[in-house]
Ligand binder design. Structure first.
Ligand code: SAM
Length: 254
């Protein structure tokens, strides 16, 4: 996957991109990230990227010309309009659609992505209307700029690229990937300050371990995110277990 990031602050990225899974994905050739400084696409003497808003009010607004030129130059780099056709140009925005694991999976199926990081009061509305194809928010709060949001997307998407996590870190069982939260994990020591790892995990009985994990995943989702159970794909056995949880919570007056 090739990800192009348009930002005023490209130096914010390398520390995160060059460690751990993202570093590995790049070394494997599964991920290429190209950082483009929006300022490099200005044509005026002072390299102005932002201006005060028409109509007054506080803050500055990112000008449309350098952003359009940056995206259009990617088309030129790719040598053909066709290569760029259908490529999502995604604006990081607190007004965008809320980012989820489902959107990460959707984006992981793309060959290329363009992520546009806003700053100040955001981008000129014509960028939204005539350039970007999507807007994504990483949560209902306002950040200073889109750089962290872009990194969140790059990270979540890269984990889903083939072979990047390897078998032992497979993403299929992660929280949200299955529509449920993942259950608890334990590692050595088996007894830490008298808090003992559940026997079943040390039993070596694969089917029992799998069932325990499924039930703990259901329990955790029931406790923390019951809304997710409305859309999760559940078996008869899962429904029976949830029924048990419901009875238990009635019994203890939860
Ligand atoms: C200070 S914010 C601008 C907020 C804008 N004035 C508004 O009220 O919608 C500057 C930039 O940070 C990024 N940003 C802020 N919060 C974000 C969020 N929750 N998700 C994604 N990007 C965000 C966007 O790129 C935005 O253009």
């Amino acid at each position: 996957m090739n990800i192009h990031i348009l930002t005023l602050f490209p130096d914010m990225f390398p520390a995160y991109l060059n460690e751990s899974i993202l570093k590995k994905a790049q070394a494997m050739g599964q991920l290429t990230v190209r950082l483009h400084n929006i300022r490099d696409y200005t044509t005026d003497k002072h390299h102005v990227t932002d201006e005060p808003p028409f109509g007054g009010g506080g803050g500055m607004v990112l000008k449309p010309e350098p952003i359009f030129t940056a995206v259009e130059s990617l088309v030129a780099d790719l040598q053909s309009q066709q290569e760029m056709e259908g490529v999502p140009v995604i604006l990081m925005s607190p007004q965008g659609r809320p980012f989820t694991q489902t959107i990460a999976q959707e984006l992981a199926g793309q060959e290329r992505l363009v992520l546009l990081c806003g700053r100040y009061e955001g981008v000129d509305e014509r960028v939204r209307e005539h350039l970007v194809t999507d807007e994504i928010s990483i949560g209902d709060y306002v950040l200073t700029g889109g750089e962290l949001a872009a990194l969140v997307i790059v990270d979540a998407v890269t984990r889903l690229l083939p072979g990047v996590l390897g078998a032992e870190g497979a993403a299929e069982m992660d929280s949200h990937a299955t529509g449920l939260l993942e259950g608890p994990h334990f590692t050595k020591p088996a007894d830490f300050r008298g808090w003992v790892v559940p026997d079943v995990l040390r039993s070596g009985h694969a089917a029992n371990v799998a069932r325990w994990r499924r039930e703990e995943s259901l329990r955790r989702t029931w406790q923390r995110r019951p809304d997710m159970l409305l859309t999760a794909v559940l078996t008869e056995e899962d429904r029976w277990f949830l029924g048990q949880l419901a009875q238990e919570s009635v019994a203890i007056g939860d």
